[in-house]
Design a protein around this ligand. Structure first.
Ligand SMILES: [Ca+2]
Ligand SMILES: [Ca+2]
Ligand SMILES: [Ca+2]
Length: 288
């Protein structure tokens, strides 16, 4: 492999978050902790915080619906590297197959009050205190910067709904980025705002965490690895010093299967100058 290709592979691996630390990947399953629907409404008076469904798309009457969905990632260590995720949703009613469902990173906190639209949930119910609405993050005193919710564009991931059923959607790289940001800084985890086709009749009805059937409720499985506590301390004596540099020199050039004690400080399986950069930046420090 030429050094140019080698470097390109390293950069690609870093971008993809590919890691091969000796610690095995952990998998955790998390339930939705909050979900709601933004019902297009100039008065911001509709919500469905406690209802059994949320909506994404456009109703037969032309009203836009956007879903809000949040998972609490606190069980995952803040220094974990997210390596994969699957979001599990149950679609329980749809006007047609083949509609897009987009996940956007929500940019403001939002609430879930006691409103419950029951069987007529497509139309929403009068918003209750603390509910998210088309205008409010928390009804009736706190507002989105923009009507219809504050969320990042373009979407982090787009999928296609093809009729009623269970959807295990494998998180896209953009969604893994969202999860990584939220794990590193829980204060900005406002979950995803989900949008659909806002031009055609397309309102997909998904089941919420309040759904009477537990297996229909949204959940997220996340795979992650936790880095060794002090990756530059190659010999494990609690300090990063010249003895570690010496160990690195011995391992330098290993192209695959390297372990941390051989100098693979970044966990990608080889021992190269990227590992030395991490070692050099920690030189002289003691481990926590
Ligand atoms: Ca809810
Ligand atoms: Ca050491
Ligand atoms: Ca390496």
């Amino acid at each position: 492999m030429t050094s140019g290709k080698h470097t390109a592979r390293l950069v690609a691996a870093a971008l993809l978050g590919v890691v091969r630390w000796t610690a095995p990947a952990e998998t955790i399953e998390l339930p939705s902790v909050r979900d709601n629907t933004l019902y297009e409404d100039a008065l911001g008076g509709l919500s469905n915080g406690a209802g059994e469904h949320f909506f994404v798309g456009t109703t037969g009457g032309g009203g836009i619906r956007r879903g809000l969905l949040r998972f609490d990632l606190a069980p995952i260590p803040e220094d974990a590297r997210i390596t994969g995720a699957v979001i599990h949703l149950h679609l329980s009613r749809t006007p047609l197959a083949g509609t897009p469902v987009r996940f956007h990173r929500a940019l403001a906190d939002w609430g879930e009050g006691d409103s419950n639209a029951g069987d007529r949930s497509g139309g929403g119910a009068p918003a209750k205190p603390g509910d998210a609405t088309w205008l409010h993050t928390f009804h009736d005193a706190q507002f989105w910067a923009a009507a219809g919710g504050d969320f990042a564009t373009p979407a982090s991931g787009t999928f296609t709904a093809n009729g009623v059923g269970f959807y295990p959607w494998t998180a896209t790289p953009g969604m893994l980025d969202d999860l990584q940001v939220w794990v590193n800084d829980p204060s900005v985890n406002f979950g995803w705002c989900m949008t659909g086709d806002e031009e055609e009749v397309s309102a997909n009805r998904f089941d919420t965490r309040e759904n009477i059937v537990p297996s229909n409720r949204p959940r997220l499985t996340v795979e992650y690895v936790v880095p060794p506590p002090c990756p530059a301390d190659l010999n494990g004596d609690g300090r990063v010093d010249l003895a570690d540099v010496s160990a690195f020199q011995n391992g330098f050039g290993i192209s695959e299967g390297a372990t941390p004690d051989q100098g693979d400080t970044d966990g990608d399986g080889d021992v190269d100058l990227l590992d030395y950069r991490l070692l050099a930046s920690a030189l002289g420090s003691t481990c926590p």
